[in-house]
Design a protein around this ligand. Structure first.
Ligand code: ATP
Length: 261
């Protein structure tokens, strides 16, 4: 079966004030895959998402749906959903969840009401629809934001650190929801996370960065099973990465050594 590449990043460089925030990053994600971007604080994870979204200048190539960013149509861009980690503005919104979802999408020829009920069922958001958006917990708000993103029927969903402010139960519900979303709607997911242990078990592709690309591949190949739990500990700045060179041996090194690679 031919693989359908949804996102391809080639030799991406991003500079802030003449210093590289990202250097020579290349990877690809195929349709329906769940890809996780891992890396310590300041590694450039958010910067990578912003470059993919075309929000900051970069050198190199970002192809989405096999087109360069400049070639994307309005419809293509609508199929890319960014789910923020927080949405502080919602705290002061005098709206119910339903109203919030409704005003987020102007009518464009679909029955929004039906779509809201369909996606809200998926995310267990139906029971929240009549609640004030300002009263939701972190996990509930997150599911609402995902349902909001799903309303545009995206093909590619980008998540930045979705677990901040979410408890363990919320986190589990979120994984289940993501899995269901991916399988039901065949969306491709790109998610920034610190949570190596759980997320990597679910992910099809791991992309580790620390300004440069540190690893890229199937999580089971990228991380040795016996070292898996310890790879990213509490102190993510000192975890060990395993790098597998193409066609060559794999080796571990500490994160602070990665700049030499
Ligand atoms: P964290 O896990 O802490 O969220 P991150 O991996 O997402 O970190 P980024 O936020 O992408 O890291 O930041 C990467 C580097 O680029 C950091 O050193 C940051 O200070 C710097 N940086 C990010 N945005 C800008 C900007 N607009 N101007 C200058 N420097 C920036």
């Amino acid at each position: 079966m031919m693989e359908n590449t949804i996102l391809e990043v080639q030799n991406l460089n991003v500079k802030f004030n003449d210093s590289f925030a990202l250097r020579d990053i290349s990877f690809k994600v195929d349709e329906g895959q769940f890809a996780v971007i891992l890396g310590p604080n300041g590694a450039g994870k958010t910067t990578l998402l912003k470059a993919i979204l075309g929000l900051i200048p970069y050198e190199g190539t970002v192809k989405i749906f096999q087109k360069r960013r400049e070639e994307l149509t309005k419809e293509d861009r609508f199929k890319i959903a960014y789910v923020p980690q927080r949405f502080e503005g919602t705290k002061s919104l005098p709206l119910t969840v339903y109203e919030f979802l409704e005003i987020s999408f102007p009518p464009y020829g679909r029955n929004l009401k039906d779509s809201i009920s369909e996606f809200a069922t998926v995310g267990d958001v139906n029971r929240l629809l009549s609640k004030k958006i300002s009263s939701l917990s972190g996990g509930e708000l997150q599911r609402v934001l995902i349902v909001r993103a799903l309303l545009s029927k995206p093909k590619l969903m980008l998540f930045d650190e979705p677990f901040s402010g979410v408890d363990k139960i919320g986190e589990r519900a979120f994984y289940e929801f993501l899995k269901y979303t991916k399988e039901t709607y065949n969306v491709t997911i790109l998610l920034v996370s610190h949570d190596v242990y759980n997320i990597t078990k679910m992910a099809d592709v791991a992309i580790c960065i620390n300004k440069r690309l540190v690893c890229f591949g199937n999580p089971e190949d990228v991380f040795l099973e016996e070292n898996f739990a310890g790879i990213f500990g509490e102190d993510v700045s000192t975890y060990k990465h395993k790098i597998c060179k193409e066609g060559g041996p794999c080796e571990f090194y500490k994160d602070h050594e990665s700049n030499n690679h």
